[in-house]
Each structure stands twice: as structure tokens, then as C-alpha cells.
Design a protein around this ligand. Structure first.
Ligand code: NAP
Length: 249
């Protein structure tokens, strides 16, 4: 019997969960447990890590998982690497539901950096007003460049912040360009730091930066092992159907 494991935490994973629930495909949605109140899902949810690739392979075996879809964020590289090796070890087919990365358009002023360290190096220099859109996990790294004033947008109200000069906005996407333009103008933003996440929910800040002529420090995606990559829920459903899953309605 089919049992799909969706590695989630993204809008794409949410859309897939909705689609499989509507078709009666048995599935479990997996959250890392990073945010205080994750969105409810129309399929059963489990929360927390597996204890590395071996732990995930054990989970796949113990719960008779027949298919894995890695729909995690493109920067959740550890989870994605673990998914590739665990599915190989447990002999369970894996597909990734990915989003195309953002490409610069005319008028964009992007400087590409390979990773967080690259962003930190590019931030050395005089104080600026920086919209730091990298999520809670990496804030501590930016304490190495404490001269800037940072605007942070976070899903949850933070307990303590490692940055001496910052304003915090608590909000959950998707965001709109007009709102992000107003936010950046209000805070006098001179530079945006962004991961190249792709997708629509978080690109408003890039459109706003282009409209305002503000430069962007764009952190490129981490490299991942070879795997089947699909870019829409429809393609994932086709992949499931081709491997014999009954899609019901
Ligand atoms: P990560 O560095 O790749 O993952 C670190 C560890 O967290 C993994 O090895 C795994 O622990 C656990 N984990 C990650 N995703 C999980 C999931 N969906 N279900 C169960 N355990 C999971 O990932 P991250 O960058 O911290 O991201 C964590 C979650 O937030 C992901 O689900 C991702 O989709 C979501 N997210 C991330 C970003 C981002 O910018 N990184 C942005 C938006 C949403 P074990 O090794 O113990 O199994």
C-alpha cells in the first residue's frame, strides 16, 4: 500500500499535501519543527529530525514508506542530502519538488555570493541599513558585521537577538511588492541580503529593490547530489502515477 512521505516546510510542500489529500493518497507531512506554530496540513503531520540519514532510512523502513518527496527549501541542504542517501539505503524512490531559482532582470543590481560566508565578506565596510532576509537560523553569523543596522523579517517573535542594531518585523509570507517597497522605504534600506530561494512567496523584496534601485546581495544555492527534480505538483502526481500509485479522483 502507498505511503508517501513529504519532507516539507514550504509552500510547495503544502500544495502537494493538499493535492494528495484530495486524491486520497496516504501521506505523512514532515516538519523540522523550526517555527512555533506550523501550518496545519490535510494529511497526518510529524515534527522533528530523524537523527541523520541512517535515522531517516530506519523511519522509511519502519513506517513502510513507499515514496519520498523532498519538498524542503532549496537551502535545506542537509535534509536534502540525507533524503538522497536514506532513500537509496532503504530502496525507496525519491523525487524533489523544487522551484526554479530567481534570475536577475533588467534593472536588478545583484551581487552574487556563494554562501553565508561570502555574504559576510561582502558586508565588511562602513555601516549601512540592511534588509537581512535570511531567516532566523543564520542571524548569529551576521554578528560578525555588527556595524550595520539590520531590518529582520521573522516568522516568530524572537527571544533574543545576536545583532546589536536591528528592527524586527514578525510576518509570514507570501509578501506583496507594494508592501515590501513601503517597508524598505520606511526603514531607509540601502542593501538587501537574500538567499536565492526562488518561488513567488518571497520574491516581492527583489521586485521592490529593483523598483527602488537598491542593490541586492544574492546568496547562491548550495550544491546538492543528483536526484530526480520536478518543478510542479502535477509533475509529482505523474511521477507517482508512473510508479503505480492509484491517484483516485
Ligand atoms: P537543514 O539544515 O537541511 O536540516 C537540518 C536538520 O533538520 C536535518 O538534518 C533534519 O534533522 C532536520 N530537518 C530539516 N528539515 C526537516 C523536515 N522537513 N522534517 C524533519 N526534519 C527536518 O534544514 P534547514 O535549512 O534548517 O530548514 C529546516 C526546515 O525549514 C526545512 O523543512 C525547510 O523546508 C524549512 N525552511 C528552510 C528555509 C531555509 O532558508 N533554510 C526557509 C524556509 C523553510 P535530522 O538530521 O535529525 O533528520
Amino acid at each position: 500500500m502507498t505511503h508517501l512521505l513529504i519532507l516539507g516546510g514550504t509552500t510547495e510542500a503544502n500544495a502537494l499535501a493538499k493535492a494528495v489529500a484530495e486524491r486520497g493518497i496516504p501521506a505523512t507531512y514532515s516538519y523540522a519543527g523550526r517555527v512555533d506554530s506550523p501550518r496545519p496540513q490535510p494529511v497526518p503531520v510529524r515534527v522533528g529530525g530523524y537523527g541523520g540519514a541512517d535515522g531517516l532510512a530506519r523511519y522509511l523502513h519502519d513506517h513502510a514508506i513507499t515514496h519520498v518527496v523532498d519538498a524542503t527549501h532549496p537551502f535545506a541542504a542537509q535534509m536534502s542530502r540525507n533524503a538522497v542517501s536514506a532513500s537509496r539505503e532503504a530502496d525507496v524512490p525519491l523525487a524533489a519538488l523544487t522551484r526554479p531559482q530567481w534570475e536577475a532582470q533588467e534593472g536588478d543590481r545583484w551581487q552574487h555570493v556563494p554562501d553565508i560566508d561570502g555574504a559576510l565578506a561582502a558586508l565588511s565596510g562602513p555601516a549601512r541599513r540592511v534588509f537581512l532576509a535570511v531567516g532566523r537560523m543564520h542571524l548569529v553569523d551576521f554578528a560578525a558585521q555588527p556595524q550595520h543596522h539590520y531590518l529582520l523579517r521573522l516568522v516568530d517573535e524572537p527571544d533574543a537577538l545576536p545583532l546589536p542594531n536591528c528592527d524586527v518585523v514578525v510576518a509570514r509570507g507570501p509578501f506583496a511588492e507594494t508592501d515590501d517597497r513601503a517597508l524598505m522605504q520606511h526603514h531607509g534600506i540601502e542593501l538587501v541580503v537574500s538567499k536565492n530561494a526562488g518561488g513567488t512567496g518571497a520574491r516581492a523584496k527583489l521586485d521592490a529593490a529593483r523598483a527602488l534601485g537598491i542593490p541586492v546581495l544574492m546568496i547562491d544555492r548550495p550544491a546538492l547530489p543528483q536526484r530526480t527534480e520536478l518543478s510542479s505538483v502535477a509533475q509529482i502526481l505523474d511521477w507517482l502515477a508512473h510508479s503505480g500509485v492509484n491517484l483516485g479522483v
